[in-house]
Design a protein around this ligand. Structure first.
Ligand code: FAD
Length: 487
């Protein structure tokens, strides 16, 4: 260790609450709303920036994959509520197959939607329509504000950066935070770490995992930007007709940018977004964060010039539309929780008594079939009264790539909020919470489909069984065989 400086000060308590949510991304926003709706009397949500959504709005991650499987919508709850609300308040601010269309296999619809990545099934031989919304991030930002403002039990504290937990032995009692008003504390009965990077659980003494597999997307950082003045459909039809030429275009694009980059659609045909992948960068390292910002911005002008030259019929009038206000953070610390989700859990369609989300996922090893996520994958070992939903959930270094996507962050956040409200109202702890009550509230009051509940849709169960949970493919077979499991 280099030079150190001793620090001793008395820190004033700014607020006290029942449930404190640290971080207002997909997971944190959902946790706060769900806690308030489940009866928590005072919820505080503390966020370092000035808006909700994290990666989803500020990072311009503007596509939510795989909310349905065949003709059933597995990802509902707050995730689907974003879109039922946008339908009314901002029509046209997102595109994807409607709930009525999911599972449809008619060739005309397949032809139209297969131009939009994720809106048709990715692995099945018989293509079918999938609910995978592409949305305008600033419209969603406004909607997320409205959802919170409608809940009188939630107090919002923007521009407050949580620095460390307040500990009493192994029990989390709130957090210290920095703001323009100085250093303060918020005290809470239950704290939800939804920072995405485990900022709170890491300092509370909960075990966590670090490395990701270098082959995964989540080992890479990004700074998303959008290009206007394009004809996306013209590009997509060309790419489908000439896959080799498109592969060369993408290789050249990566050379020019200096990293892999992907042209993706938006809700408008004349705007595309550039997702990008800067390899082996850690989104909690100052050096890597700084490099990501500088490298991506430096690459933008050359990328636009190249697109104009390479595919003029689609990009002739292209221009820089905007750059995401915040860097895209994928994965840093992962919780080493009470249960760590593994590839095998997905490849065997594992069942959990404490299931809190039952989601169709982006699943190369299960044809995007539904997966059960247990409460224990957001519950830390050793530390009490802390729940940790979001992209830092407990998952192995490969399956994290699949499970940190937006629907899973929203679903786990929603469940964490309900669990926190139940624990506080029953006067118990995060570890001892009545999980049956949590499941009942989620499935009966908060529109979250869960297996083995009183109101579980028998058609969903039948669908899973008819299609063997999607796990009879070669990839899943290999994983089971390696683990010595026959099926
Ligand atoms: C470029 C990119 C492309 C992606 N593509 C897709 C995709 O197409 N589809 C998909 O579903 N997923 C995609 N993902 C993954 C997905 O976007 C994220 O995993 C998910 O949005 C994470 O949500 P979260 O709430 O867990 O974390 P975040 O969105 O990171 O939210 C964390 C929040 O906490 C705040 N915060 C952090 N630390 C503190 C602190 N100490 N104090 C106070 N506030 C704090 C942050 O400001 C932020 O608002 C992508 C991710 C990236 C980066």
């Amino acid at each position: 260790m280099g030079k150190t400086i001793q620090e001793t000060n008395t820190v004033p308590v700014y607020e006290e609450c029942d449930v404190l949510v640290v971080g207002g991304g997909a997971a944190g926003h959902s946790a706060a709303i769900a806690a308030a709706r489940a009866g928590a009397k005072k919820v505080i949500i503390l966020e370092r920036y000035g808006y909700f959504g994290g990666d989803v709005t500020g990072g311009y991650v503007i596509m939510i994959p795989t909310m349905s499987w065949y003709n059933k919508s597995f990802v509902r709850g707050l995730q689907e509520e974003w879109f039922t609300r946008l339908d009314k308040s901002a029509p046209g601010s997102y595109i994807c197959p409607s709930l009525k269309e999911i599972g449809d296999t008619s060739p005309v619809l397949i032809d139209r939607w297969s131009l939009i990545h994720g809106c048709t099934s990715m692995w099945a031989e018989n293509k079918r329509l999938v609910r995978a919304p592409y949305y305008e991030p600033n419209q969603l930002k406004i909607e997320l504000d409205l959802m919170v403002q409608e809940e009188p039990n939630i107090k919002v504290m923007f521009h407050c950066w949580a620095t460390k937990p307040v500990m009493d032995g192994n029990v989390v009692k709130g957090v210290f935070f920095e703001s323009k008003e100085g250093r303060h504390v918020v005290l809470s009965k239950i704290t939800i770490d939804a920072t995405g990077d485990g900022d709170i659980f890491a300092q509370a003494g909960a075990p966590f995992l670090g490395q990701r597999d270098a082959s995964t997307r989540v080992d890479k950082t990004a700074l998303v930007w959008r290009m206007g003045g394009v004809d996306f459909e013209a590009y997509a039809r060309w790419a489908r007709q000439f896959p080799k030429e498109n592969a060369s275009f993408r290789d050249e694009l990566a050379k020019i940018a200096g990293f892999r980059t992907a042209v993706l659609p938006t809700e408008r045909n004349d705007v595309v977004w550039f997702n990008n992948f800067l390899p082996s960068k850690d989104c909690i390292k100052i050096k890597d964060l700084t490099a990501t910002e500088l490298e991506v911005r430096t690459s933008i002008r050359a990328t636009i010039d190249f697109c104009k030259r390479a595919i003029p019929f689609a990009f002739r009038d292209a221009f820089l539309y905007d750059i995401a206000p915040q860097l895209g953070a994928r994965c840093s610390r992962r919780l080493d929780g009470e249960h760590v989700m593994t590839q095998l859990d997905v490849a065997t369609a594992a069942k959990f008594d404490d299931v809190i989300a039952w989601h169709s996922i982006v699943g190369p090893m299960n044809d995007s079939g539904p997966v059960e996520l247990p409460y224990r994958c957001i519950l830390p070992k050793k530390v009490e009264n802390l729940i940790c939903p979001g992209r830092h959930l407990a998952a192995d270094e490969i399956i994290i790539d699949t499970l940190l996507l937006i629907p899973q962050c929203v679903g786990l956040g929603q469940a964490a909020g309900v669990a926190a409200a139940v624990a506080v109202n029953d006067g118990t702890t995060a570890h001892k919470v009545d999980i049956k009550k949590v499941q009942r509230i989620l499935s009966e009051e908060q529109d979250v489909p869960l297996p083995r509940q009183r109101n579980t849709d028998p058609e969903m169960v039948q669908l899973c069984e008819d299609h063997h949970y999607g796990i009879m493919n070669e990839r899943a077979k290999k994983i089971r065989a390696a683990a010595g499991l026959d099926w």
